[in-house]
Write a protein that binds this ligand. Structure first.
Ligand SMILES: Nc1nc2c(ncn2[C@@H]2O[C@H](COP(=O)(O)OP(=O)(O)O)[C@@H](O)[C@H]2O)c(=O)[nH]1
Ligand SMILES: [Mg+2]
Length: 389
C-alpha cells in the first residue's frame, strides 16, 4: 500500500496529481481544509490536504514512475549513497534557512521595526475579529481593548475598527486609529450671537455653564449679555443665576409664561447675546419636554445646546438624548470632564446625538472652567494620552 499526502488548492488539482503519481486505481482516504501561513503569517491561504492511497501489491510497475520512491537494496548501494548525500544537503539547507530567517527577524527587531511586526499582528487580530460573528471568543486586539477601557460603546468600537481597516493610506496604525476616532467628532461652528438656549437634565451644570459663558462674553469679550430663566416649576432654582447676574451686573428676567418670554426678549433687544436657562426636565416625561419645547420655540433661538454630563452612565445617555431630541438642539455641551477618568462618553454622546460639540466644562470655577476643544485634543483624552487638568 502506498499512501501519499497532497497539499493543493482544489480537488481538481489533487485528482490530477494523484492520478499521475499513483495511477487511476488510487483512492482518496481523507481530505481536510488547512491554512498555509503567508509572509509573517498574515496572508494565510486556504488549501486542502488530500490523502490518497493505492494498493501496490497487484501491479507495482504501473506506479513506478519518476516520482515514486527508489527501492533501497543492498545491490543498489550507489543509489543509497546519493540519496543519503542528498538528505544531508537538504538538512543543511533547511538549517541555514532557519538561521537566516531568525537573523532577518532579529535584524528587523533590532532596527526598531518590530513596531511594524506588532502592527501587522494587531491588523491580523482586527481582521479576525471583524470577520467573526462571535467576537467575544476571539482574542481582542490592543486597539479594541484600549477603546473598551475608554468606555466607548461596543457598536462604535466595531465601526472604528472597520474604519481603520478601510483606511488604505500609508500612515501607521496609531494615526489610523486617531483619524477613525476623529470621524466620530464634530466641532460646532455656530456663531455666538443672539439667543443661546441651554436644555438638559437637572444637575448637569446648565446654570453654572451659563454663568461661565456670561463671564466670558461680558467680562472678556466685552459684549452686552442678558440672562433669562424659564422656571415653570417655581422651585427657586432661579436664585443661583440671579446671583451671577447681580455679580456681573447683567440684565436678568425670570419667565413663567410664553407671553413673558416675548416680553423678556424684547426688553433685552440691545444685548448682543441673550443666554436662556431652563430648569431640568425628566427626559422620560414627554409632557414636561413638550411644555419646555413651547418656551424654547418662543425664543426662536438658532443655538440650542443640549447640556449633558460626561459622568452619565452609557445606558442613560441614549434615553436622555432621545428625550431631548424633540427640542431640535443644534449643539452639545459636555460637562464635568474633571469628574471622570475615562472619556469614551464624549464619543458615545456625539455619535448618538449626531450633533457638534460646542463646549466642554472641566470644574466648578466660574468663569474659568469652560473651553472649546479640538478634535485632536478629544482623541488624546479618549486614548489616555492626555488629561483635562
Ligand atoms: N465637577 C464639576 N462640577 C460642575 C461642573 N459644572 C457644574 N458643576 C456642579 O454641578 C452642580 C449642578 O450644577 P447646576 O449648574 O446647578 O446644574 P443645572 O441643574 O443643570 O443647572 C453644581 O454643584 C455645580 O457646581 C463641572 O464642569 N465640573
Ligand atoms: Mg439650573
Amino acid at each position: 500500500m502506498v499512501v501519499k499526502k497532497y497539499i493543493v488548492k482544489s480537488m481538481n488539482e489533487a485528482m490530477a496529481k494523484i492520478k499521475y503519481d499513483l495511477g487511476s486505481d488510487a483512492v482518496i482516504i481523507s481530505q481536510r481544509k488547512v491554512k498555509k501561513r503567508g509572509i509573517l503569517g498574515i496572508f494565510s491561504k486556504k488549501l486542502i490536504e488530500v490523502t490518497a492511497a493505492v494498493d501496490n501489491s497487484k501491479d507495482t510497475k504501473k506506479r513506478e514512475n519518476i516520482y515514486s520512491k527508489p527501492q533501497y537494496t543492498e545491490e543498489n548501494s550507489d543509489l543509497n549513497e546519493s540519496v543519503e548525500a542528498l538528505k544531508r544537503a537538504m538538512k543543511k539547507h533547511e538549517e541555514t534557512t532557519k538561521v537566516e530567517k531568525r537573523r532577518v527577524l532579529e535584524d528587523v527587531k533590532s532596527s526598531g521595526e518590530d513596531r511594524i511586526l506588532r502592527e501587522m499582528e494587531e491588523m491580523k487580530k482586527l481582521i479576525g475579529n471583524i470577520s467573526s460573528s462571535n467576537a467575544d471568543q476571539e482574542e481582542k486586539s490592543e486597539i479594541e481593548l484600549k477603546l473598551e477601557e475608554a468606555d466607548i460603546n461596543e457598536g462604535y468600537i466595531k465601526e472604528i475598527v472597520k474604519n481603520i481597516m478601510d483606511d488604505k493610506s500609508d500612515i501607521d496604525l496609531n494615526l489610523k486609529l486617531k483619524s477613525a476616532l476623529e470621524k466620530n467628532i464634530e466641532i460646532s461652528k455656530t456663531e455666538e450671537k443672539g439667543i443661546i438656549t441651554f436644555v438638559g437634565p437637572t444637575g448637569v451644570g446648565k446654570t453654572t455653564t451659563i454663568a461661565k459663558l456670561a463671564g466670558k462674553f461680558s467680562l472678556i469679550e466685552k459684549k452686552k449679555v442678558g440672562l433669562i430663566t424659564v422656571d415653570t416649576y417655581r422651585i427657586g432654582a432661579v436664585e443661583q443665576l440671579r446671583t451671577y447676574a447681580d455679580i456681573m451686573n447683567l440684565p436678568f428676567k425670570v419667565v413663567l409664561t410664553l407671553k413673558e418670554m416675548d416680553e423678556a426678549i424684547k426688553s433685552m433687544q440691545n444685548c448682543d447675546i441673550i443666554l436662556v436657562d431652563t430648569t431640568g426636565r425628566s427626559s422620560k416625561n414627554k409632557m414636561q419636554i413638550s411644555e419646555l419645547r413651547a418656551f424654547v420655540s418662543k425664543t426662536n433661538s438658532l443655538n440650542i445646546n443640549l447640556v449633558i454630563s460626561a459622568t452619565t452612565k452609557n445606558r442613560d445617555l441614549e434615553a436622555i438624548i432621545d428625550g431631548y431630541r424633540q427640542l431640535d438642539f443644534q449643539n452639545v455641551i459636555i460637562t464635568k470632564l474633571d469628574e471622570t477618568t475615562t472619556y469614551g462618553s464624549i464619543i458615545n454622546i456625539l455619535n448618538y446625538a449626531h450633533k457638534p460639540l460646542s463646549y466642554v466644562t472641566t470644574g466648578q470655577n466660574v468663569p474659568d472652567d469652560i473651553r472649546r476643544m479640538a478634535k485632536g485634543e478629544i482623541v488624546s483624552l479618549v486614548l489616555g494620552e492626555d488629561n483635562v487638568c
